[in-house]
Ligand binder design. Structure first.
Ligand code: HEC
Length: 101
């Protein structure tokens, strides 16, 4: 019985604490991926995007649009990334964009 309660406690704390911890890591990972693939057009820290989209203004509730634009490209200037980025890359890039840079 004691063992059971101890385990339940472990599971409960993992559920409570891990999302925040993952989010911080995701943002860092996203920053690295962004610096590798996106910074050339969208600018350092998403500032100074020049003719590309200012990602700091991207609607933070619209992950579906983000994924679609990044996977398929957009207009004449935004390349399609579907052959180069994994699902994990997309997830952390989105965490970075939502963080605001
Ligand atoms: C070769 C330059 C270039 C690179 C590299 C690039 N982008 Fe873009 N991106 C653009 C341009 C130009 C636009 C504006 C496209 C338009 O609206 O016509 C854009 C638009 C976007 C948009 C907005 C699309 C929308 O829904 O309106 C997102 C999101 C985006 N880029 C994300 C990324 C991410 C993430 C990366 C790195 C994986 C990246 N871009 C790399 C040039 C680039």
């Amino acid at each position: 019985m004691k063992m059971y309660l101890f385990r339940a406690g472990m599971i409960a704390s993992a559920l409570v604490f891990s999302p925040a911890a993952f989010a911080g890591d995701d943002i860092e990972e996203g920053r690295n991926t962004y610096t590798e693939f996106c910074v050339g057009c969208h600018g350092k820290d998403m500032a100074n995007p020049g003719l590309a989209f200012d990602l700091r203004t991207f609607p933070k509730g619209d992950e579906a649009r983000f994924r679609k634009s990044v996977l398929n490209g957009k207009g004449g200037g935004m390349p399609a990334w579907q052959d180069k980025l994994t699902d994990e890359d997309l997830k952390v890039l989105w965490a970075y964009v939502v963080s605001g840079g």
